[in-house]
Design a protein around this ligand. Sequence first.
Ligand SMILES: NC(=O)c1ccc[n+]([C@@H]2O[C@H](COP(=O)([O-])OP(=O)(O)OC[C@H]3O[C@@H](n4cnc5c(N)ncnc54)[C@H](OP(=O)(O)O)[C@@H]3O)[C@@H](O)[C@H]2O)c1
Length: 329
Amino acid sequence: MLAVRMAAFGAPATATLEDLPTPEPGKGEVRVAMRAAGVNYPDLLVMTGAYQHKPPLPFTPGKELAGVVDAVGAGVRGLEVGDRVMVQVEYGAFAEQVIATEAQCFRIPDGMSFVDAAAMGLVYQTGWFALFDRARMAPGDVVLVLGATGGVGLATIQIAKAMGAGTVLAGVSTMSKAQAALDAGADHVIDLSVENLRDGLREQVMAVTDGHGADVCIDPLGGDPFDAAMRALAWCGRMVVVGFAAGRIPVVKANYLLVKNIEVSGLQWSDYRDRTPDRMREAQADIFRLHAEGKLSPHVMERFSLDRVADAMAVIEERRVTGKVVLER
Ligand SMILES: NC(=O)c1ccc[n+]([C@@H]2O[C@H](COP(=O)([O-])OP(=O)(O)OC[C@H]3O[C@@H](n4cnc5c(N)ncnc54)[C@H](OP(=O)(O)O)[C@@H]3O)[C@@H](O)[C@H]2O)c1
């Protein structure tokens, strides 16, 4: 079977496609024939060696896929050969066949394509846990989503809107992509490319919320957008740290939390996947239900074959992505 391989940490262009022996599932595991694999910003971090968990070398990158179960190990109770599943793994998804535990597999609803299923895992789960477990989003809340046109951003906008947020604000730096955020359900676009972001972000948020501010901010960027968004929170506002795509890890002064009655929390999606699989199953069921009701729809901007993994990663690396990029067989 063909698999993308990294012999050393480095640029995605150093990845090779290798023919490896067919893997066999162990106890409690299944083998899934991959049909589509979601490409994510964290894959870039893993490949370049910048991610918090580094796989042993050589390794196959990729955190999510959708496909068909084609072999079942001993002790597996809930899956059979032929079942269509979406799978979340730590790494290894960019391959024709992937081994996963039963807990890492989610049945794909009838009628959902493999490409859509591969795009409805990691980023939607991240948005879901950020909004509900970390920010305790309530109906009517003003929700500000930074990095709004990326994978996490568009998914989070859709979930917030579907679950009753009052006003959803999309923080966008590449304004040519702003329409995608509005199409996903955002009520207003907040321009993060303004010259004086420190004041400019706050002014824009206050202008469209009658001076209320953001009850919730979901931040995959860090850096200057984080600092500016902290000043745009409402009384008792909740900021969730999701990532640092803007490059700088911000520092929070504790007195600021006290004076403004605000809180900052962090989200590590993979911890929910590994520590609370039942809660993750609830989240994914909710995501698939909202999709069936027509309230969520993954935005897949481009598909690539497995041998073009470097081109797919370049879309993410060069900040050209809107929504999701998917590898396909
Ligand atoms: N904590 C977790 O568990 C978790 C889970 C998933 C992802 N993440 C992290 O969340 C971040 C976003 O992930 P994603 O999948 O949404 O990424 P993505 O699809 O590549 O989108 C990132 C978006 O951020 C915006 N951005 C603004 N400033 C940027 C900069 N200096 N460099 C790059 N992008 C910039 C870009 O949109 P505009 O140009 O339109 O602003 C870009 O499209 C990443 O840091 C990722 O590692 C964390």
